[in-house]
Write a new protein. Structure first.
Length: 297
């Protein structure tokens, strides 16, 4: 076992505790934070980690009862797992009902992400929502971890450790993908997901955890109609931007349904949308992302 592998927890409780620690940004000066490294992380930083840490930094600069309701982020450079990430928060607006924060994520003196987050005091108003899709419950589905274990012999050796490692987010897809021999399908997918162990009663942490997880499965949706997968080695992928809207209170240690679709791709980019529902059908969040999907020559 390598040093990187030995740093990662193996139990669901340990993995979730490491994720809590990962999103616990350290205040090093006023409106200046440092995000810890992923235990055992190698290569490029997961985009959801950068967004989740940036949101935590922004949330810690708002202390008058306002809660995050949306964020919009642009990825500029890939993060490097060998270095911590520094987050600078700029307090662009402080109103009676709303507040706005801008966050610049830096590594080695260069910005890797710019994000703007908006906060609002709780308020009542007109309400409507799109209905939840009719899909099987999570108890009727197999976990992505089980599905990956079944095909481990097909995984190239250089990808096997990453592909098979235990993760703090449990995902149960309604229609599992074939990572190595994908067939063209409709650009829609449904997955139940949640953290693999209970979380503290901290709404800000649940929001950061959900934002972290919205970067999972989303970009892959725009590749479904084309029968391609990043695991085949002939597609270069990267998140270009990411937006999340937080509509209703939720717990991320309870099952949520992540429904994603892709209405368009072209010019080496793919556009993806996501809707997140609680088990009782409430639309609790929405997401959108454009990503690079470049066919290698």
């Amino acid at each position: 076992m390598s040093d990187e592998e030995s740093q990662r927890a193996t139990t669901p409780e340990g993995l979730v505790e490491q994720l809590i620690t990962l999103l616990d940004v350290e205040e090093i000066d006023t409106d200046l934070y440092r995000g810890p490294r992923q235990p055992g992380g190698v290569g490029r930083v997961f985009g959801g980690q950068v967004i989740g840490q940036a949101l935590q930094a922004a949330q810690r600069s708002v202390d008058d009862g306002k809660a995050a309701h949306s964020l919009h982020a642009y990825f500029m450079r890939a993060g490097d797992e060998n270095h911590p990430i520094i987050y600078r928060v700029v307090r662009d607006f402080e109103g009676r009902s709303f507040a706005n924060r801008r966050v610049i994520a830096m590594q080695k003196g260069q910005p890797i992400l710019n994000m703007t987050a908006s906060f609002q005091l709780p308020a009542e108003g007109l309400h409507h929502q799109e209905s939840m899709p009719d899909v099987p419950p999570p108890e009727a589905l197999r976990s992505e971890r089980e599905l990956r274990d079944e095909i481990q012999e097909q995984v190239p050796e250089k990808l096997r450790r990453f592909f098979l490692r235990a993760r703090p987010i449990e995902i149960r897809p309604v229609s599992p993908r074939n990572w190595f021999r994908p067939e063209p399908t409709e650009s829609v997918q449904h997955s139940w997901f949640k953290v693999a162990a209970p979380l503290p009663d901290d709404p800000a942490l649940h929001r950061a955890m959900l934002v972290y997880a919205t970067d999972m499965t989303l970009l892959g949706t725009c590749m479904l109609p084309h029968g391609v997968s990043w695991m085949q080695g002939n597609i270069q992928t990267a998140s270009l931007d990411h937006a999340v809207w937080l509509h209703e209170p939720f717990r991320f240690d309870e099952w949520l349904l992540y429904t994603t679709d892709s209405p368009w791709s072209g010019h080496a980019r793919g556009f993806n949308r996501g809707r997140i529902y609680s088990r009782n059908g409430r639309l609790v969040a929405s997401a959108a992302q454009e990503g690079l999907i470049r066919v290698k020559g």
